[in-house]
Ligand binder design. Structure first.
Ligand code: PMP
Length: 391
């Protein structure tokens, strides 16, 4: 039977990690996999997470099952940070825990499908797993251009997609720190998107995987909040794996904005059924850690300060890139106004290979770079290599 299977391409970024690890050059630069790195190239556990983990070990008195909704203390404690001062919007938002943001995206799309959605409009390029999940569910992906050539968001394209979408269509939007381009909608553009969604009735699904890593916790939630203020219903897929540095612990949540509490109850009975059939219940540890942090003002302040440091370091790298102006034919100035971990460089596959082989600089074949792989120490080498290759 197994001979009926055909081999699938391995994850390209994992292959890149192996190549990077095998490279003996001391000054090699890893701009591949999407994790935050310090100036020393490490991805440490947050001090706030360590402190909460110690408390968890002391205090946890059972590992008995929770339900498919996971740790609701975690789910609820996050809500004011995502949704603001009225976190349930008068009882119209509630949520459940998921295995990472990936689990939340999967659940959002599967529930949308169960509710009759057939097509999902999405700006491209996007996080590759979006297309994979859509294909796996058998949902049609309708692409539009996320970015304009000048490095800003293509507002006309997203408005066009929303306005012309049918009743069986949804649109998938990145809440902030767009992966892979780093190009976010401005506040004014979000308002126009929210208005178009309200007018057209196209169902919004917002994927928020990097809150706090762009402009700040509140600013990064503003776009999502302006949509929720205008539309009757929406799904939100949320990840704590980047902004709490919990990547492998798989910490995420899925929220629904519904017309009223009765609609929410029915929707969550379906979401719970889908979750049970997929993963039964989410892993507990990372969600419990986030709950302990967010319920303790001291740990919350510690977490926010650590997040500020990360964002500040990446902003410094972006400012330095923008200040350099250009490298060869590559205009670096748009990187200064973009957000988060990622940016796309308009380089060819051949140039990516030359950077890797000739200079020990590792990046995805698409030209996506992890901004956090750059430091004030390795930036001059990076800019010089880029100029040498992309002339
Ligand atoms: N959405 C986007 C846009 C992402 O970039 C990622 C992570 N790469 C996720 C969701 C999933 O995050 P997690 O690791 O929590 O599953």
């Amino acid at each position: 039977m197994l001979d009926r299977l055909s081999p699938q391409a391995p994850d390209a970024l994992l292959a890149l990690i192996r190549l990077h690890d095998a490279d003996p050059r001391d000054d090699k630069i890893d701009l591949g996999v999407g994790v935050y790195r310090t100036e020393d190239g490490n991805t440490p556990v947050f001090a706030a997470v360590k402190a909460a983990e110690q408390r968890l070990v002391q205090e946890q008195d059972s590992k008995s099952y929770l339900g498919p909704e996971g740790d609701m203390g975690f789910v609820n404690a996050l809500m004011p940070h995502i949704f603001g001062a009225d976190p349930t919007m008068g009882g119209r938002i509630s949520g459940m825990q998921t295995p990472g943001g990936t689990g939340a995206v999967r659940l959002a799309l599967a529930l949308a499908q169960k509710a009759g959605v057939k097509r999902v409009h999405m700006g491209v390029p996007s996080w590759p797993n979006h297309a994979q999940i859509l294909a796996d569910l058998g949902l049609e992906l309708v692409p539009f251009d996320h970015a304009s050539p000048d490095g800003t968001a293509n507002l006309e394209a997203v408005l066009d997609a929303i306005v012309n979408a049918g009743v069986e269509d949804a649109v998938l939007l990145h809440g902030c720190c767009h992966n892979p381009t780093g190009i976010d909608y401005t506040a004014d553009q979000w308002e126009q998107i929210a208005e178009a969604l309200a007018q057209s009735g196209t169902f919004p699904i917002i994927d928020s995987a990097y809150q706090g890593l762009g402009q700040g916790l509140e600013a990064d939630a503003a776009g999502l909040r302006s949509v929720l203020a205008k539309v009757p219903e929406a799904f939100i897929a949320y990840s704590c794996d980047k902004n709490f540095g919990q990547y492998r612990d798989r910490v995420g949540a899925f929220y629904i904005l519904g017309q009223d509490s009765k609609a929410l109850e029915t929707a969550f009975s379906n979401a719970n059924a889908l979750a049970r059939a997929c993963w039964s219940m989410p892993p507990d540890h990372g969600g419990a850690v986030v709950r302990l942090i967010l319920r303790d003002p001291e740990l919350t302040a510690m977490w926010m300060a650590e997040l500020d440091d990360m964002r500040g370091r990446m902003r410094g790298v972006r400012d330095a890139l923008a200040a350099a102006g250009s490298a060869g034919r590559i205009d670096l100035t748009p990187l200064g106004t973009q957000n988060g971990l990622f940016a796309m460089l308009p380089v060819t596959k051949e140039e990516v290979a030359q950077l890797r082989e000739g200079h020990g600089i590792y990046m995805a074949a698409s030209g996506r770079i992890n901004i956090a792989g750059l430091t004030m120490g390795n930036l001059p080498k990076f800019i010089a290599a880029l100029a040498a290759v992309a002339h």
